[in-house]
Ligand binder design. Structure first.
Ligand code: WTA
Length: 638
């Protein structure tokens, strides 16, 4: 598969591709899809319906995505490195797999799944560390047509159970434990706890990683390494329909319960492949490193599928940016000769806060392209990244997209189209963004701001929310019929470059992780001391947004000064147990009431102002049931 296929090399190429993708999308996406391995070609390229949110790509086609990620490369790239694994502890062993070796590993894992009764269409949940077997297991699911649903290994047992039950998964893949910097976490124990309330699960396959003893439940749990002894290293790929489900990935929205975003096989594949090649301008000899965890969509599309579809060498890192010290990212880049590096603003900001020597003591000569994803990158972080990491030599691309979009939507193409600090830039071919007014009118022209929506389907568009299409319809296609609604606000500058401002719904973005405010409130309300809570985001130097919780306690629970710290600590414990450490509130303010309108609606606008410290300019409070509560909240601000 040539890296030259449907390749944009110059700005003129981009303009030409963009124009063709809008004028005749079906022809355009048929051409892009041509060189993949198809068992059968499509009968129609696109069936679109942006009103009910049913969009189908490459209908009638048959394929398997792993044949496109692996088998297809064996003849020309069999001995090329596919996966480099860098362990948490730099002194321990790296692992490297060529395309041929990765193919064998995936086939062997696929056989273990088959031998354990996994069938096409079954849902398999993965709760695993960032070790090669996670990547292998994901591909093994795809090989046999099982639907993978990766759960980030920082979620709590309650959060796992919610996801496993929603997906009705029959099999869970996990490991004995995981390393995260200096800490070790007993992952299997967390899974065991979760599965106490997951009746659909009949098999747990455990990958040995730390060598820890774990409880193995008779009849349910098996060790991967024991199962693998019997498993062949070849495995024919299951033939899938273009619109068969490839994976479910749970993500937070403005309602309390995370939803299972569904992506299907062919459209997702074409989108991950095309966007990866063109945004990162990948060349045959690149060593590409995306620091995202496979538990998030970035890890799916740009650590795993995008790079492997293109026959690139992808690096997978088990650890964290600050272990053993805050130079770890840069050490890994020098050690492996990384050429393309893709990370999140929160990581950059946390490293910026450490002594500059941590980065200046590495050469970083190999780098040629830098990417950012997950949240708006502020100008200061952009400049630091550009100057100290990229040595003003590497383009910095700010890639905007979402779990629901499958792949990058708005971004500069590295070295091809213009970059501007804190701006994602121009839409990729196939992406037709618009700015809408609150009433749903398209806002024309440049130098404008509005709600960001997309007015035509692209191959990677969300297909449904698992088990509940109505929810997908209402969330994404309902607000402005005929458009996919992103939930983000954006500004188009005088040259037509897009700047993403942030969420306009009740979603907050903490270190690039999405949470619904209602989701965190639901968790807090589980605490027996709590009557009611309201959560808002506020600007945070490192995390982008922090979590600020206003909480009303049960009478008598926090009357004395000594009660308060106990109650706050127990609220944090509850959130950690319900969701995970990543959702821990940064600030908790115990209040006697919340600012509610006479109809009982919490006025979050006021709470956001308080959390942001904008208390001199709180606005009109006369419609409140009890305006006095606002003064109390302002005075008690954390
Ligand atoms: C935000 C991550 C500004 C945005 C790929 C979006 C961004 C949400 C950017 C999706 C960016 C992502 N600039 N904001 N470059 N990238 N976002 O589903 O609010 O975890 O709606 O997907 O992150 O987060 P998700």
């Amino acid at each position: 598969m040539p890296l030259e296929h449907s390749r944009i090399r110059t700005f003129e190429d981009y303009q030409d591709a963009y124009r063709r993708s809008v004028e005749n999308p079906e022809q355009f996406w048929a051409d892009v899809a041509e060189p993949f391995t198809w068992r059968r070609k499509w009968s129609s390229v696109l069936k679109a319906d942006l009103v009910v949110g049913r969009n189908e790509w490459y209908g009638g086609a048959k394929l398997n995505i792993t044949e496109n990620c692996l088998d297809r490369h064996l003849a020309s790239r069999g001995n090329k490195l596919a996966l480099i694994w860098e362990p948490n502890d730099p002194k321990t062993r790296q692992i490297r797999y060529t395309y041929r070796e990765l193919h064998q590993q995936v086939c062997q894992f696929a056989n273990v799944l088959l031998n354990n009764g996994v069938e096409k269409g079954d849902r398999v949940c993965l709760y695993m560390p960032m070790i090669p077997q996670l990547a292998i297991a994901v591909l093994a699911c795809a090989r046999i047509g099982a639907v993978h649903s990766v759960i980030f290994a920082g979620f709590s047992s309650t959060a796992i159970a919610d996801r496993v039950n929603d997906a009705q998964a029959s099999v869970v893949l996990t490991s004995d434990g995981l390393n995260r910097g200096p800490k070790q976490i007993p992952v299997k124990r967390v899974v065991d706890e979760a599965l106490e309330s997951c009746p659909s699960v009949r098999r747990v396959i455990v990958v040995e990683h730390l060598g820890w003893p774990v409880h193995m439940q008779e009849g349910r749990d098996v060790w991967y390494h024991e199962e693998a002894l019997e498993a062949a290293k070849t495995c024919p790929a299951e033939e899938m329909d273009a619109e068969d489900m490839l994976f479910i990935l749970y993500t937070s929205g403005s309602t309390g319960k995370p939803k299972g975003v569904v992506h299907t096989t062919a459209g997702y594949m074409v989108w991950a492949d095309y966007t990866f090649r063109n945004v990162f301008q990948v060349e045959e000899n690149d060593i590409y490193w995306c620091t995202a965890d496979i538990g998030w969509v970035t890890g799916h599309s740009y650590l795993l599928y995008g790079p492997l579809l293109n026959g690139a060498t992808t690096l997978m890192f088990e650890g964290v940016p600050t272990y053993p010290d805050a130079g770890r990212f840069w050490e890994v880049i020098d050690k492996h000769g990384v050429t393309v590096f893709y990370t999140a603003p929160t990581a950059i900001r946390s490293l910026m806060a450490t002594p500059l020597d941590n980065v200046l003591s590495y050469s970083l000569d190999s780098l040629r392209i830098l990417g950012s994803v997950g949240e708006p990158i502020n100008e200061e972080a952009w400049h630091w990244y550009h100057t100290h990491v990229g040595k003003e030599r590497c383009p910095v691309i700010d890639t905007w997209w979402q779990t629901e979009t499958g792949g990058i939507m708005i971004s500069a193409l590295a070295g091809v189209s213009p970059t501007k600090p804190a701006h994602a830039g121009q839409p990729l071919p196939g992406v037709q963004p618009v700015l809408l007014s609150q009433e749903g009118q398209e806002i024309e022209g440049n130098d404008q701001e509005g709600y960001l929506a997309i007015k035509a389907p692209w191959p990677g568009i969300i297909r449904t929310t698992y088990g509940d299409h109505e929810r997908a319809k209402q969330t994404y296609f309902g607000p402005y019929p005929g458009y996919y609604f992103t939930g983000d606000g954006a500004r188009r500058d005088e040259n037509g470059l897009y700047r993403i401002i942030g969420r306009v719904d009740d979603v907050i973005n903490v270190s690039g992780h999405r949470f619904g405010t209602a989701e965190i409130e639901n968790a807090i309300n589980q605490n027996p001391n709590v009557v009611e809570s309201a959560v808002v985001g506020y600007p945070h130097d490192v995390k982008g947004q922090g979590i600020y919780a206003f909480v009303i306690c049960r009478e008598g629970a926090c009357d004395t000064a000594t009660d308060k710290p106990h109650v706050e600590a127990s609220i944090i414990e509850t959130v950690v147990a319900e969701i995970g450490k990543i959702a821990k509130p940064d600030k908790i303010q115990l209040v006697s009431g919340l600012p509610k309108t006479r109809s009982g609606k919490i006025m979050r606008r006021i709470l956001r102002k308080v959390a942001e410290g904008e208390t001199s300019n709180i606005g009109d409070v006369t419609t409140l049931l009890d305006p006095a509560v606002v003064d109390e909240i302002i005075n008690g601000r954390k």
